[in-house]
Design a protein around this ligand. Sequence first.
Ligand SMILES: Cc1cc2nc3c(=O)[nH]c(=O)nc-3n(C[C@H](O)[C@H](O)[C@H](O)COP(=O)(O)OP(=O)(O)OC[C@H]3O[C@@H](n4cnc5c(N)ncnc54)[C@H](O)[C@@H]3O)c2cc1C
Length: 295
Amino acid sequence: MKNFEYRKVSTLEEAFHLLEMHGEGASILAGGTDLLVKMRHETLDPEILIDLKGVPGLDEIRYEAPTGLRLGALTLIHALETSPLVKEKFGIVSQAASSLGSYQTRCRATLGGNLCNASPAADMVPALISLGAKAKLSCKSGDRFLPLEDFFSGPGRNSLRPGEILIDIQVPDPSALTGFHYTKHSIRKAMDLAVAGVAVVLSLDPGKDRCSDAKIALGAVGPVPMRALGAENFLRGEKLGEKMIAQAALLSSEEAQPITDIRASSEYRREMIRVLTYRALKKVLENLRPGRTIQ
Ligand SMILES: Cc1cc2nc3c(=O)[nH]c(=O)nc-3n(C[C@H](O)[C@H](O)[C@H](O)COP(=O)(O)OP(=O)(O)OC[C@H]3O[C@@H](n4cnc5c(N)ncnc54)[C@H](O)[C@@H]3O)c2cc1C
């Protein structure tokens, strides 16, 4: 690893100033579980690391009705996995968090790092996209907000402009009668990136028959995490039964843009998207309509 300067800042202003001074030579350091691996492999050699862990408030989980949930960029994955508030109101976020890496990794890795690293297989992304999350990005001259699904521009690339830092993620309150589920397939049961991941958020009408809204987000099957918009449109307004969810799962797999790599072939990934979408839709429906068989 090449030599580098390390600065632990205690305010965002300090961080913005250092980013401006060092330009592309600076990297933000959160938990380091992605960054330090890249530095060791010398695919990245920053001249300065700007450690944000000393900035107060960046690791906060806050909920305010009616705006919803705010997750600071430095929130640990383990905190998302275990927070009673997140588990109760936004269970899909805890589910995704508990599927990431190992206990040790989750106790070090942050939400912001998972998003900014922009791996197409990042576990937190499909769950947050399916909830309609927005990212708050700030620099010296102000803030801007971006729908999370527009934050990714390619494998390992995000939409942060020079000098910008991801501050938090804002998740709107789901409407009543909404259920969600994240499921991932990986080669090993633990400590492994997804071969395919699917997050489903479904809302039902008051009679619990028809789908009033559907969001399906796919991970690890395209250059960036993506929505299965065709499958979502197919479900909206319809009575949900076995045939509908099987067809939506097929549509979702047709929309995926998987590649073949060391983890799996593109054909296998596409088939896994069909299977995972079907399972996730079924699970959500079972939870929303307990005791009712899906026909
Ligand atoms: C053994 C192991 C297993 C893993 N398993 C999984 C897995 O199953 N699923 C999965 O999704 N990931 C996995 N990962 C990857 C990694 O742990 C996660 O992506 C993690 O959330 C990254 O967070 P971090 O805080 O460590 O980020 P860092 O490594 O500190 O940063 C990652 C990148 O984001 C930038 N960055 C961080 N925070 C900000 C910010 N606030 N603003 C701007 N830029 C920022 C950094 O400059 C860097 O480029 C694994 C990693 C390891 C080592």
